[in-house]
Design a binder for this molecule. Structure first.
Ligand code: 5GP
Length: 236
Protein backbone atom coordinates (compact mmCIF):
# COMPACT_ATOMS: atom_id res chain seq x y z
CA UNK A 1 0.00 0.00 0.00
CA UNK A 2 1.20 3.51 -0.81
CA UNK A 3 2.31 5.94 1.87
CA UNK A 4 -0.03 8.89 2.43
CA UNK A 5 1.73 12.25 2.77
CA UNK A 6 0.05 14.39 5.42
CA UNK A 7 0.88 17.72 7.07
CA UNK A 8 4.34 19.28 7.25
CA UNK A 9 5.63 18.85 10.78
CA UNK A 10 9.08 20.43 10.52
CA UNK A 11 11.09 22.38 8.00
CA UNK A 12 14.86 22.63 8.42
CA UNK A 13 17.55 24.21 6.28
CA UNK A 14 17.91 21.30 3.85
CA UNK A 15 15.00 18.98 4.58
CA UNK A 16 11.28 18.90 5.35
CA UNK A 17 9.50 16.29 7.45
CA UNK A 18 5.89 15.31 6.73
CA UNK A 19 3.54 13.18 8.79
CA UNK A 20 2.10 10.01 7.22
CA UNK A 21 -0.96 7.89 7.93
CA UNK A 22 1.27 5.86 10.25
CA UNK A 23 2.08 7.83 13.44
CA UNK A 24 5.39 5.97 13.74
CA UNK A 25 6.68 7.01 10.31
CA UNK A 26 7.58 10.30 8.59
CA UNK A 27 8.47 11.34 5.08
CA UNK A 28 11.87 13.05 4.85
CA UNK A 29 12.00 15.39 1.81
CA UNK A 30 15.36 16.69 0.54
CA UNK A 31 15.50 20.30 -0.70
CA UNK A 32 17.99 22.03 -3.00
CA UNK A 33 18.47 24.84 -0.45
CA UNK A 34 21.94 25.21 0.98
CA UNK A 35 23.13 27.25 3.92
CA UNK A 36 26.51 27.72 5.55
CA UNK A 37 28.14 29.65 8.36
CA UNK A 38 25.11 29.63 10.65
CA UNK A 39 22.79 30.27 7.70
CA UNK A 40 24.43 33.65 7.00
CA UNK A 41 25.27 32.26 3.54
CA UNK A 42 22.31 30.97 1.58
CA UNK A 43 21.90 29.51 -1.87
CA UNK A 44 20.49 26.79 -4.05
CA UNK A 45 22.37 23.79 -5.38
CA UNK A 46 20.37 22.54 -8.36
CA UNK A 47 19.55 18.83 -7.95
CA UNK A 48 21.22 18.54 -4.53
CA UNK A 49 18.08 17.14 -2.91
CA UNK A 50 17.89 14.33 -5.45
CA UNK A 51 21.57 13.45 -4.97
CA UNK A 52 21.42 13.60 -1.17
CA UNK A 53 18.26 11.50 -1.02
CA UNK A 54 19.81 8.78 -3.17
CA UNK A 55 23.24 8.90 -1.52
CA UNK A 56 21.70 8.78 1.97
CA UNK A 57 19.41 5.88 1.01
CA UNK A 58 22.36 3.91 -0.33
CA UNK A 59 24.50 4.57 2.75
CA UNK A 60 21.70 3.85 5.23
CA UNK A 61 21.10 0.51 3.47
CA UNK A 62 24.81 -0.30 3.62
CA UNK A 63 24.87 0.46 7.36
CA UNK A 64 21.73 -1.59 7.99
CA UNK A 65 23.36 -4.54 6.19
CA UNK A 66 26.29 -4.17 8.59
CA UNK A 67 23.96 -4.27 11.61
CA UNK A 68 23.62 -0.53 12.37
CA UNK A 69 20.06 0.60 13.20
CA UNK A 70 18.98 3.65 11.20
CA UNK A 71 15.75 5.58 10.75
CA UNK A 72 15.65 4.62 7.05
CA UNK A 73 12.75 2.44 5.94
CA UNK A 74 12.61 2.88 2.16
CA UNK A 75 12.97 5.30 -0.72
CA UNK A 76 9.69 6.79 -1.92
CA UNK A 77 10.62 9.14 -4.75
CA UNK A 78 13.47 11.23 -6.17
CA UNK A 79 13.50 13.50 -3.14
CA UNK A 80 11.68 11.51 -0.47
CA UNK A 81 12.39 8.63 1.88
CA UNK A 82 10.22 7.00 4.51
CA UNK A 83 11.83 7.15 7.94
CA UNK A 84 11.00 6.19 11.51
CA UNK A 85 9.72 9.07 13.63
CA UNK A 86 12.47 9.46 16.20
CA UNK A 87 13.08 11.79 19.11
CA UNK A 88 16.26 13.54 17.96
CA UNK A 89 19.03 13.78 20.53
CA UNK A 90 20.20 17.40 20.13
CA UNK A 91 23.88 16.58 19.70
CA UNK A 92 25.85 16.54 16.47
CA UNK A 93 28.49 13.83 16.52
CA UNK A 94 31.46 14.65 14.32
CA UNK A 95 34.13 12.12 13.39
CA UNK A 96 37.35 13.33 11.79
CA UNK A 97 39.97 11.25 9.98
CA UNK A 98 41.81 14.17 8.40
CA UNK A 99 42.12 17.74 9.72
CA UNK A 100 39.77 20.20 7.99
CA UNK A 101 37.14 22.85 8.70
CA UNK A 102 36.33 23.35 12.35
CA UNK A 103 39.30 21.40 13.70
CA UNK A 104 41.73 23.29 11.49
CA UNK A 105 40.33 26.57 12.80
CA UNK A 106 40.01 25.53 16.45
CA UNK A 107 43.59 24.32 16.81
CA UNK A 108 45.31 26.26 14.00
CA UNK A 109 46.24 23.07 12.15
CA UNK A 110 46.81 22.77 8.45
CA UNK A 111 44.04 21.11 6.45
CA UNK A 112 44.99 17.67 5.23
CA UNK A 113 46.92 16.36 8.23
CA UNK A 114 46.03 12.67 8.57
CA UNK A 115 45.07 11.82 12.15
CA UNK A 116 46.63 8.70 13.69
CA UNK A 117 43.27 7.85 15.24
CA UNK A 118 39.85 9.32 14.45
CA UNK A 119 38.72 12.28 16.56
CA UNK A 120 35.15 12.35 17.89
CA UNK A 121 33.52 15.67 18.79
CA UNK A 122 30.12 16.60 20.14
CA UNK A 123 28.37 19.84 19.28
CA UNK A 124 25.22 20.87 21.12
CA UNK A 125 22.51 21.46 18.49
CA UNK A 126 21.41 24.97 19.36
CA UNK A 127 21.17 27.69 16.69
CA UNK A 128 21.13 30.53 19.24
CA UNK A 129 24.42 29.30 20.72
CA UNK A 130 25.87 28.42 17.27
CA UNK A 131 26.19 24.68 17.99
CA UNK A 132 28.97 24.93 20.60
CA UNK A 133 31.60 22.23 21.08
CA UNK A 134 30.73 20.31 24.26
CA UNK A 135 32.10 17.24 26.02
CA UNK A 136 30.43 14.25 27.66
CA UNK A 137 30.21 15.97 31.03
CA UNK A 138 28.21 18.85 29.52
CA UNK A 139 25.88 16.38 27.80
CA UNK A 140 25.30 14.45 31.05
CA UNK A 141 24.94 17.64 33.15
CA UNK A 142 22.34 19.03 30.72
CA UNK A 143 20.63 15.60 30.60
CA UNK A 144 20.83 15.65 26.79
CA UNK A 145 21.69 11.95 26.74
CA UNK A 146 22.40 9.26 29.32
CA UNK A 147 25.80 7.65 29.93
CA UNK A 148 24.50 4.43 28.34
CA UNK A 149 23.40 6.37 25.26
CA UNK A 150 26.73 8.17 25.01
CA UNK A 151 28.63 4.89 25.22
CA UNK A 152 26.44 3.45 22.45
CA UNK A 153 26.75 6.62 20.33
CA UNK A 154 30.56 6.47 20.55
CA UNK A 155 30.74 2.78 19.71
CA UNK A 156 28.30 3.04 16.79
CA UNK A 157 29.89 6.24 15.42
CA UNK A 158 33.35 4.64 15.22
CA UNK A 159 31.80 1.55 13.59
CA UNK A 160 30.06 3.78 11.03
CA UNK A 161 33.37 5.56 10.38
CA UNK A 162 35.10 2.28 9.56
CA UNK A 163 32.27 1.09 7.30
CA UNK A 164 32.01 4.40 5.42
CA UNK A 165 35.79 4.87 5.14
CA UNK A 166 36.13 1.41 3.57
CA UNK A 167 33.14 1.99 1.29
CA UNK A 168 34.31 5.39 0.02
CA UNK A 169 37.90 4.13 -0.41
CA UNK A 170 36.56 1.63 -2.97
CA UNK A 171 35.02 4.61 -4.80
CA UNK A 172 38.34 6.44 -4.81
CA UNK A 173 37.11 8.91 -2.18
CA UNK A 174 38.66 9.90 1.12
CA UNK A 175 36.26 10.34 4.02
CA UNK A 176 37.78 13.40 5.69
CA UNK A 177 35.09 13.98 8.32
CA UNK A 178 31.34 13.74 8.80
CA UNK A 179 28.50 14.61 11.13
CA UNK A 180 25.91 12.20 12.52
CA UNK A 181 22.67 12.67 14.42
CA UNK A 182 21.00 10.03 16.52
CA UNK A 183 17.45 9.60 17.72
CA UNK A 184 15.38 7.44 20.05
CA UNK A 185 12.83 5.07 18.53
CA UNK A 186 10.92 2.67 20.78
CA UNK A 187 13.59 3.02 23.47
CA UNK A 188 16.35 2.19 21.01
CA UNK A 189 19.11 4.37 19.61
CA UNK A 190 18.96 4.78 15.83
CA UNK A 191 21.00 6.78 13.33
CA UNK A 192 18.86 9.60 11.89
CA UNK A 193 19.19 12.67 9.62
CA UNK A 194 21.23 12.09 6.42
CA UNK A 195 24.66 11.05 5.19
CA UNK A 196 25.56 13.08 2.12
CA UNK A 197 28.05 15.61 0.73
CA UNK A 198 26.18 18.15 2.90
CA UNK A 199 27.28 16.33 6.04
CA UNK A 200 30.56 14.65 4.96
CA UNK A 201 33.82 16.00 3.59
CA UNK A 202 34.89 13.83 0.68
CA UNK A 203 38.10 14.31 -1.27
CA UNK A 204 39.11 12.53 -4.45
CA UNK A 205 41.86 10.10 -3.41
CA UNK A 206 44.26 11.06 -6.21
CA UNK A 207 43.60 14.71 -6.97
CA UNK A 208 42.39 15.68 -3.44
CA UNK A 209 39.63 17.63 -5.18
CA UNK A 210 36.85 18.54 -2.77
CA UNK A 211 33.57 16.81 -3.66
CA UNK A 212 31.30 18.14 -0.92
CA UNK A 213 29.58 21.20 0.51
CA UNK A 214 32.91 22.99 0.96
CA UNK A 215 32.59 23.85 -2.77
CA UNK A 216 29.52 25.92 -1.81
CA UNK A 217 30.91 27.21 1.50
CA UNK A 218 34.14 28.41 -0.12
CA UNK A 219 32.78 29.42 -3.55
CA UNK A 220 34.94 26.85 -5.36
CA UNK A 221 32.51 26.42 -8.28
CA UNK A 222 31.20 23.23 -9.90
CA UNK A 223 29.07 22.57 -6.83
CA UNK A 224 26.30 20.66 -8.63
CA UNK A 225 28.84 18.54 -10.51
CA UNK A 226 30.52 17.54 -7.25
CA UNK A 227 27.24 16.19 -5.79
CA UNK A 228 26.52 14.35 -9.06
CA UNK A 229 29.99 12.84 -9.05
CA UNK A 230 29.60 11.53 -5.49
CA UNK A 231 26.21 10.02 -6.42
CA UNK A 232 27.72 8.38 -9.50
CA UNK A 233 30.55 6.84 -7.47
CA UNK A 234 28.28 5.73 -4.62
CA UNK A 235 26.02 3.91 -7.11
CA UNK A 236 28.93 2.45 -9.11
P1 5GP B 1 33.21 21.24 10.84
O1 5GP B 1 33.08 21.14 12.32
O2 5GP B 1 34.62 21.03 10.38
O3 5GP B 1 32.60 22.51 10.29
O4 5GP B 1 32.34 20.06 10.23
C1 5GP B 1 32.77 18.72 10.34
C2 5GP B 1 31.93 17.84 9.44
O5 5GP B 1 30.60 17.78 9.93
C3 5GP B 1 31.82 18.34 8.00
O6 5GP B 1 31.80 17.21 7.15
C4 5GP B 1 30.51 19.09 7.96
O7 5GP B 1 29.92 19.01 6.68
C5 5GP B 1 29.69 18.35 9.01
N1 5GP B 1 28.85 19.29 9.78
C6 5GP B 1 29.12 19.84 10.97
N2 5GP B 1 28.12 20.65 11.38
C7 5GP B 1 27.20 20.61 10.42
C8 5GP B 1 25.91 21.24 10.25
O8 5GP B 1 25.41 21.99 11.09
N3 5GP B 1 25.26 20.95 9.09
C9 5GP B 1 25.78 20.13 8.15
N4 5GP B 1 25.09 19.91 7.02
N5 5GP B 1 26.96 19.50 8.29
C10 5GP B 1 27.67 19.74 9.40
Amino acid sequence: MGVVKKEKIYEGKAKILYATENPEYLIQYFKDDATAFDATKRGTIQGKGICNNRISAQLFQLLEEKGISTHFIKSLSEREMLVKKVEIIPVEVTIRNIVAGGMSKLLDLEEGIILDAPVLEYHYKNDKLHDPLVNEYHILALKIASLEELDAIKKISFMINQILKDFFAKKNLELVDFKLEFGRYKNKLVLADEISPDTCRLWDKETKQKLDKDRFRRDLGNVEAAYQEVLKRVLS
